[in-house]
Design a binder for this molecule. Structure first.
Ligand code: FES
Length: 137
């Protein structure tokens, strides 16, 4: 194999590996937490809540969209329905915000609208905790 072809081939393989790794890294940051449902509450064990990132997603077929459960600090959690209040698209977590891929609305991790066209905050659930669990209702 000619030197030039060899270098070109190695460069292509290397670039493919870098792209693949970056895709895997970005995918691995989304964590779907196992949960149970009892007494009209979704229960997530604190053991299943990672240190990083500071949020997990909860998928349940009874909900129109996943729940974004974020630890704001210590025992202070917020649980948001990931359904955009503009036209109902599923918002996506991005750093400490949620972005809507449909028309670009942006929300804080507290659910507050940061950027329209959405005008209403994301639906927020009540969150309580005990020593071992996080309860969403
Ligand atoms: Fe989210 Fe339109 S549905 S901005």
């Amino acid at each position: 194999m000619e030197r030039r072809k060899f270098i070109k081939k190695c460069g292509t393989v290397g670039l493919s590996c870098m792209i693949g790794q970056s895709i895997l890294t970005s995918c691995s940051s989304v964590v779907y937490a196992p949960h149970t449902v009892a007494n009209n509450q979704i229960i997530v064990r604190k053991l299943d809540f990672p240190f990083e990132p500071n949020y997990v997603l909860i998928k349940d077929e009874r909900l129109p969209a996943p729940i974004y459960l974020c630890r704001l600090s210590g025992e202070n959690y917020v649980a948001l329905l990931m359904e955009c209040t503009h036209k109902g698209c599923e918002v996506q977590p991005f750093a400490d915000q949620l972005h809507c891929p449909c028309h670009g609305s942006e929300f804080a991790n507290t659910g507050k609208v940061l950027e329209g066209p959405a005008e209403e905050d994301l639906k927020k659930f009540q969150v309580t905790t005990d020593a071992k669990n996080i309860f969403i209702s």
